[in-house]
Design a protein around this ligand. Structure first.
Ligand code: SF4
Length: 363
């Protein structure tokens, strides 16, 4: 902890002054321009005096041990537990948000837990978690806290995971992703209209982040698209998305198509039929993507990992549980020796599908 009280406002990075006296936040593409006393759209960044601050440093909505497959990450330390936490607020306004109680929360409503970066790293070590995930709400908006937690985790031999929409400004991308060993980035749809209408965001900024992470960092990357019936699940849109990933990121970036459930401001749309998810998976595979998964449904075949050369099952999954293991100690297919891209240990973890709340001491 860097000489700051837990739960304090800390100076924010990535902003500059404007000629008219306002301060512009450059952390995300919204570029909020703040007068004295104002907060940004994310609510957790505010102007105090002549600077922009993060108001939620050291504060969390609670801690939980999850299966890493729940993030979802299928090629990153399979079978291990991940210490997961979030804060409050968000920089997108998705009408279909599945974590709206956290992302739409005002800080004082939700941030019951306080913990220093070192306390979080030690809690991960003591609980046997191999990684810490910044999740539930978007860690971009609490970058200063996330980066400090990540540094403490690395000192303790614990890896770090960002679950994010990738809506981050160009200047902040290098610092944020340099701190992350893995990222699951939401690609929420593949039209600007979808991002504008349902998230008040922009597709181009997210595509730029995906390209940056793949080509300019060492962060392991997986992508998730929540398929919403009638909004982003047409064959044409899934095909365009898949071809973009294939052409710009290559065949080895895992893509997860997950099922929508009615939530937040979109309760009048039915859950995604499993057939729609399986069709999307087939379209992506036809485009050349090698590791495509379905999520939020029961589909063992669609959630297992197969060797891209010989077709052997490398990692069998039933939901979040590992059911078989066909990788050797180097992360290669036991049958034919082809490398499976990802970050693997010689054997899978044994955490299973459990979810366990965790108390983390403040200091
Ligand atoms: S991080 Fe928050 S304050 Fe900064 S531009 Fe984005 S929404 Fe606005």
């Amino acid at each position: 902890m860097k000489n700051i009280g837990i739960g304090a406002s800390v100076p924010g990075r990535y902003w500059h002054g404007l000629a008219d006296g306002r301060l512009q936040c450059d952390l995300c593409p919204r570029e909020c321009k703040l007068h004295g006393g104002q907060r940004g759209l994310c609510f957790v960044r505010a102007r105090e005096g002549n600077q922009i601050v993060l108001t939620t440093y050291g504060r969390s909505s609670g801690f939980c041990l999850d299966p890493i497959e729940k993030k979802p990450l299928n090629h990153f330390l399979p079978g291990t537990s991940v210490l997961s936490f979030g804060t409050a607020g968000c920089n997108l306004t998705c009408k279909f948000c599945q974590n709206w109680d956290i992302s739409k929360a005002r800080a004082d409503d939700r941030l019951q837990s306080q913990a220093s970066p070192e306390a979080i790293a030690q809690a991960a070590v003591q609980s046997g978690a191999r990684s810490v995930a910044f999740t539930y709400n978007d860690p971009v908006i609490f970058l200063e806290y996330a980066v400090d937690v990540a540094a403490a985790c690395r000192d303790a031999g614990v890896k770090t995971v960002a679950v994010t929409a990738g809506y981050i400004g160009e200047a902040a991308r290098p610092e944020f992703f340099a701190a992350m060993d893995a990222a699951n980035i939401d690609l929420k749809g593949f039209t600007q209209d979808f991002y504008r209408k349902l998230c008040t965001g922009s597709l181009g900024a997210v595509l730029d982040t995906l390209s940056f992470v793949k080509h300019e960092t060492k962060t392991w990357l997986e992508i998730t698209t929540l398929l919403i019936p009638g909004e982003n699940d047409s064959s044409q849109e899934v095909s365009a998305l898949s071809e973009w990933v294939m052409g710009n990121l290559g065949p080895d970036v895992p893509v997860h198509f997950t099922a929508f459930h009615p939530d937040w401001k979109m309760r009048d749309i039915a859950p995604t039929p499993p057939s729609r998810l399986k069709r999307a998976r087939q379209i992506a595979q036809d485009a050349g993507l090698r590791y495509v998964y379905t999520g939020n449904i029961h589909d063992e075949a669609g959630q297992s990992t197969y060797c891209q050369r010989c077709g052997a099952c490398l990692i069998g999954r039933d939901g979040y549980a590992i059911t078989s293991w066909g990788l050797d100690a180097q992360g290669c297919c036991s049958a034919c020796g082809a490398l499976c891209p990802g970050i693997f240990e010689p054997s899978p973890g044994r955490w299973g599908a459990r979810r366990a709340p965790l108390i983390v001491a403040a200091a």
